[in-house]
Design a protein around this ligand. Structure first.
Ligand SMILES: [Zn+2]
Length: 281
């Protein structure tokens, strides 16, 4: 599932693929990702426009289409963007396809259709509740220990649950929250209101290091046509603890444990990340 690093790589790729290349024609297949827009409306809104820039807020992308118009893209669970030459067939599950003036085509592919592609005035899209309620960006706003404490310490929730709340801090998902907490040597089950100043400092560094590492790893995978997520089946696992149940901890050598937290898997080293046992609160 795309998290901040994947969405940031998608943003950079979209800018490379779309900016300065007018959209000659756009097409779409009707369905949930379009949130009520018809394919004809998508085509009308995009044909003849040129993307000026692509902004990222947390896991959301905003396209500036000029003349005050824009698009909001959220990749959902399985969304991704691919670029093809004009004569190549559209990939399976293409939901929106853009034919660019240089003959290339960019497709939004979304097998499970949990993504979202909306069009409208850019200001209105920016002001929509989903985007307006996002907390500070976990990468662009380089959250400090102080900012994290301010955003997260007011809650008795477990720290990993708070890190996943996009209204408190935007961009982290299950993988990056697990990786950040391992780097910070904090248990995912530690209570947010019980962390010390030193804990917040290690968490700020942990988030920065986890995202910086993932952006590097994702960047290497991004060839100029497909954005390949590092967590795809068959790809080597680049993470320190995520998806590594039973494997040795890279710090102490003890076994990594997989636990369930709010119906999702979380991975930790119980020696390096000591804290309350799951479910004991
Ligand atoms: Zn360990």
């Amino acid at each position: 599932m795309p998290e901040l690093p994947e969405v940031e790589i998608a943003r950079r790729s979209l800018e490379r693929w779309l900016v300065g290349r007018p959209i000659a024609r756009a097409s779409a297949t009707p369905g949930k990702p379009l949130r009520g827009l018809t394919p004809a409306e998508v085509s009308r809104a995009l044909s003849g426009r040129t993307v000026r820039r692509v902004e990222r807020r947390g896991k959301h992308l905003l396209w500036d289409l000029g003349a005050g118009q824009g698009a909001h893209l959220h990749l959902g669970m399985t969304g991704k963007l691919v670029r093809r030459e004009g004569k190549e067939p559209a990939p399976p599950y293409a939901r929106v396809s853009l034919d660019l003036s240089d003959g290339s085509r960019v497709h939004l592919v979304d097998p499970r259709r949990f993504g979202r592609f909306e069009l409208g005035p850019l200001d209105a899209l920016r002001a929509s509740p989903t985007l307006r309620e996002l907390g500070p960006d976990a990468w662009d706003e380089a959250p400090t220990a102080e900012l994290l404490r301010e955003r997260l310490a007011g809650s008795r929730r477990e720290i990993k649950v708070s890190l996943l709340d996009q209204r408190r801090i935007a961009g982290l998902g299950n993988i990056q929250a697990s990786e950040s907490l391992f780097r910070a040597r904090l248990s995912p089950f530690a209570r947010a209101d019980e962390l010390s100043p030193a804990d917040w400092r290690r968490l700020a560094k942990g988030i920065h290091d986890a995202l910086s590492y993932a952006l590097g790893a994702e960047g290497k995978g991004a060839r100029d046509r497909d954005i390949r997520y590092v967590e795809e089946p068959g790809a080597p696992n680049p993470f320190l603890v995520y998806g590594r149940a039973g494997e040795p901890c890279p710090r102490c050598g003890g076994p990594i444990r997989q636990e369930v937290q709010r119906q999702r898997s979380t991975y930790l080293c119980p020696v390096c990340q000591p804290g309350p046992a799951p479910g004991k609160r």
